[in-house]
Structure formats: structure tokens, C-alpha cells
Design a protein around this ligand. Structure first.
Ligand SMILES: [Zn+2]
Length: 313
């Protein structure tokens, strides 16, 4: 199962506390997802979804408001990879007074002979209902990429006034969605991890939110570990560079003066360096008896270097 369908399953199981929110959620689903399609010579009004639970949710909600107005069928298709899509056929609703009233109350007038839906203004007042409306729209046309791949939430609307309306309600909750046009659809999207977490919170997808947070924490930890490893590698590089130069100097001194003839404190450190080319200065200091500080080792190394430089001249 994909991350998106897990979220939708979770949302379909939610119980709205208030009837007003049931209505707003349904409005969100229908305004975003109901469409007129031409089948043969005739137009039909239908809602198509890949998600079985979404189709069942709409079916049962419609039943609460207008009994017996929607037919549901599953179809095999080659268009979607998952092969089954669920079609909710709304043709009966157009012959029912109560049905037309419901559509009218959510700002939809259907002109089936022209094959068009005319959207009229639909105002939501209460915060609870705006959340429910956003949830409904997401159930109809939304998707979230699995957060271990990338951070991306999008909703693909067939009507651009509905996408603007949806954005307006997202902005009500201080989200900052962006939009673009793709294949004649108006796509609303966000790409920041925090924005997606906030959005999941607003539409009440709390399990998905927790899962996303866990993945974000793991990703952060992984990045931090990588940073530390890179940093250590860089330090190691510096140690090796310095050591290579020191070893060259010491070898030069050995060839010319001979290590044996160096002053005793320089002789010790020169030997240790030749035997331990990968050791840091403080590690070399600890090998001496008595131990010597890092700056003490540095001092002796500089003296060796100066002797070598003088000889080279
Ligand atoms: Zn409400």
C-alpha cells in the first residue's frame, strides 16, 4: 500500500464530531471530484476514485442526505496501474428534487445536456468545517509522496476556480501552497516537510503525521551522521598531509645528518613519526615517555622542519 492510500484509509475511518462537518467534508469531496464525462453520446455525472474506502465513504454519506441517488461499480482499467477504479454514478440525483437541492446547497449546478458543471460561491464559516472541507478535497483528488522518497503533497483539480478556493482555505490555516497547470489540470502542491506535516495535522491524518515525523527524524539523524563522517574524513586528510611533509623532512635529515645524530628529544619524535605516519600530533605526544602535549610535539616538529629547510638551502 502506498503512503497516500494509507492516509486516505485513515481519513475514511474518522468520525466527524458534528453533522456540519459531515456536510462540509462531502462538499469538499464533490466540489473537487465530481465530474461530467461523455460516455458514448451521453454525458454522465460521476465520481471516479482508485480508493475503495473513498468510494464507500461517498456512497454512505450520499445515502444519509439523499437515499438511493448513487450507484457504485468497480471497473478494470488500463489507465491506472492498480487496475481497478470505482465509479460512483450520480445520474439519478439529477432527477431528484432533494438531490438537486443538495448539489445546489454545495454550490453546484449541473447542466448535463451541455456537459458542464457551474460552480457557485460556497462559503464555509467554522474552523471545524474548513478542516473537513480540506479533508474531503484531499480524499477526492489529493496524494502525498512517501516521505522516505521526497516531501511532496499535491491535489489535482479539473476546475481552476475550485483549486483557488481550496488554496484560499489552506491559506486560512497559514499554509503556503503553490500551484501550476499540468495536463489541463490545476495542481496545488507543497514541497516542504514541515508544510506537509502541518497539512496532515489540519486534515486530521494523525497516524500518517506520526509516521512522517519518524521518517523525518531518521533522515535528519542520517544527515547528521554523514556530516560528522565527512568532517572526520576531512580532518584525517589534514593529518595525513602534514605527516607526509614531516616524514619527508625526517628522511632528508636521516640521509644527511643521520637520525642517530639528532638531539635526543628530536630523535625520539622523528622515529615515532616514521613508525606512525597516520598518528595525529597529540597521539604522538602520548607515545612519548613522559608524555608530551600536542603543542610540545608541534614545537619539535617545527624544529625538525627548520633543520631540513636549512639543509635543503
Ligand atoms: Zn463543522
Amino acid at each position: 500500500m502506498s503512503f497516500s492510500s494509507d492516509i486516505k484509509d485513515e481519513l475514511c475511518r474518522l468520525q466527524n464530531e458534528k453533522p456540519c462537518c459531515n456536510f462540509s467534508e462531502l462538499a469538499g469531496m464533490l466540489r473537487a471530484g465530481l465530474s461530467v464525462r461523455k460516455i458514448g453520446k451521453n454525458y454522465t455525472l460521476s465520481f471516479i476514485t482508485e480508493h475503495a474506502m473513498v468510494s464507500r465513504l461517498i456512497y454512505s454519506r450520499m445515502k444519509e442526505f439523499v437515499p438511493d441517488c448513487v450507484e457504485i461499480s468497480g471497473e478494470k482499467t488500463t489507465r491506472f496501474k492498480r487496475h481497478v477504479v470505482y465509479r460512483l454514478n450520480f445520474r439519478k440525483i439529477l432527477k431528484m428534487h432533494k438531490g438537486l437541492e443538495l448539489l445546489h446547497s454545495i454550490g453546484m449546478n449541473i447542466n448535463l445536456s451541455e456537459g458542464e458543471i457551474i460552480y457557485t460561491d460556497f462559503q464555509l464559516q467554522d474552523r471545524c468545517c474548513i478542516r473537513a472541507y480540506l479533508r474531503g478535497g484531499f480524499l477526492a483528488v489529493g496524494s502525498v509522496t512517501s516521505p522516505d522518497k521526497s516531501y511532496h503533497v499535491e491535489l489535482s483539480f479539473t476546475n481552476d476556480s475550485i483549486s483557488s478556493e481550496y488554496m484560499k482555505y489552506m491559506e486560512y490555516f497559514e499554509l503556503k501552497p503553490k500551484s501550476l497547470v499540468r495536463n489541463n489540470n490545476s495542481v496545488v502542491y507543497m514541497k516542504e516537510g514541515q508544510d506537509i506535516v502541518d497539512f496532515l495535522n489540519i486534515i486530521n491524518a494523525h497516524n500518517a503525521l506520526l509516521e512522517m515525523e519518524n521518517i523525518r527524524i531518521l533522515k535528519d539523524m542520517r544527515n547528521q551522521v554523514n556530516r560528522i563522517v565527512n568532517c572526520e574524513t576531512a580532518n584525517l586528510g589534514k593529518i595525513v598531509d602534514a605527516s607526509v611533509k614531516q616524514v619527508e623532512c625526517i628522511k632528508l635529515l636521516d640521509r644527511t645528518i643521520g637520525i642517530e645524530n639528532l638531539p635526543i628529544n628530536l630523535k625520539e619524535i622523528a622515529r615515532l613519526r616514521l613508525e606512525n605516519p597516520e598518528a595525529s600530533m597529540s597521539e604522538l605526544g602520548k607515545m612519548l615517555n613522559p608524555e608530551l602535549s600536542k603543542s610540545g610535539v608541534n614545537h619539535r616538529m617545527r624544529r625538525l622542519q627548520k633543520m631540513a629547510d636549512d639543509l635543503a638551502k
